[in-house]
Design a protein around this ligand. Sequence first.
Ligand SMILES: [Zn+2]
Length: 168
Amino acid sequence: MGRVLLLNATYEPLQLVSERRAVVLVLAGRAEPVVTPEHPSVCRSATIVVPIPSIVRLHSMVRLPTKMRTPPLTRRSILLRDDYRCAYCEEHADTIDHVVPRSRGGRHEWTNVVASCRRHNMLKSDRLLDELGWRIRIQPRVPEGPWWRWRHVLDPDPLWEPYLPKAS
Ligand SMILES: [Zn+2]
């Protein structure tokens, strides 16, 4: 079963839906096809034949819940935000570090976690930056925008590409 990219009325990508769901939205007048492949698959019923689009766009705007706009705080999403670069030396990072260590009251939240190389993670241990005389080269932030949700899409249809957000 193929997948169809569903866009908001604003052309912002919302999610992937099944071909059947996309056709139902179009037939119900709630969405319109934006891009249809040159040789589309078709959806048949007793009375109609509908070419299946690659992208459909809703006619009315839906607001994404905040939960969907902010990535879950996982090791992988932190590494993605920081581009797998250590916050202390810019070398390749594959661990995460709490800037203010949890043992010192630091919280497990976006503004207190950074990607870190193994060496700096070990060296830093449960000390504060001031105690080490270290500087952090990025200001850790809550990732903005919907790009993160689309970094995990496997094998995307090339026709979707102009509509998928890029990391900035
Ligand atoms: Zn490092």
